[in-house]
Design a protein around this ligand. Structure first.
Ligand code: RP5
Length: 175
């Protein structure tokens, strides 16, 4: 138990390499899935609520300083008109992974189209709507970081093997 506590403490001291951003506190429950996935891979990260339209200056300040502060990948979730990922990508050349969130009358289809339809020149890599997208964005961020980190690459490979072992394979034969 004491070792576990010590490990957690030392994780906190490392500067974050992934920023998990979202447009509203109402996005937090779903975007926690990205944060938990990063934590399970022991990747230092920070979780920030900032809005493209409600706090545009804070969003720009955060994004412009991210690379300088050691951030390598940005995971950005937003719902409805969902311009946060695009607004973030406008101010950095770091990889931006967008997660369209389910919210309001169109249940995430609006956010999907807003996030995925970036005009050529400013890319946003777009994941699935909601929790699956949040988790996959974290895994994709990990894959990017793993290009320069063999220990992390080994963790990702182990995770895939564990996943494969859980697939039941043939469940029935006849004849
Ligand atoms: C977007 O609008 C946020 O990302 C959120 O998904 C949605 C609704 O925000 P709230 O009205 O709940 O703050 O900007």
């Amino acid at each position: 138990m004491a070792t576990a506590k010590k490990k957690r403490g030392s994780t906190k001291k490392r500067p974050p390499v992934v920023g998990v951003l979202m447009g509203s506190s109402s996005d937090l429950e779903v975007m926690e899935r990205a944060a938990k996935c990063l934590e399970s891979l022991d990747i230092p990260h920070e979780v920030v609520v900032t809005s493209a339209h409600r706090s545009p200056e804070r969003t720009a300040r955060y994004t412009k300083s991210a690379k300088r502060r050691g951030i390598k990948v940005l995971v950005v979730g937003a719902g409805r008109a969902a311009h946060l990922a695009g607004a973030v990508a406008a101010n950095t050349t770091l990889p931006v992974l967008g997660v369209p969130l389910e919210s309001g009358a169109l249940a995430g289809k609006d956010a999907l189209l807003s996030t995925v339809q970036m005009p050529a020149g400013v890319p946003v890599g777009t994941l699935a709507i909601g929790g699956a997208g949040a988790e996959n964005a974290a895994l994709l961020a990990a894959s990017i970081l793993a290009l320069d980190d063999s220990r992390l690459a080994a963790k990702l490979e182990r995770r895939r093997r564990e996943m494969a072992a859980k697939v039941p394979g043939t469940v029935r034969r006849y004849g």
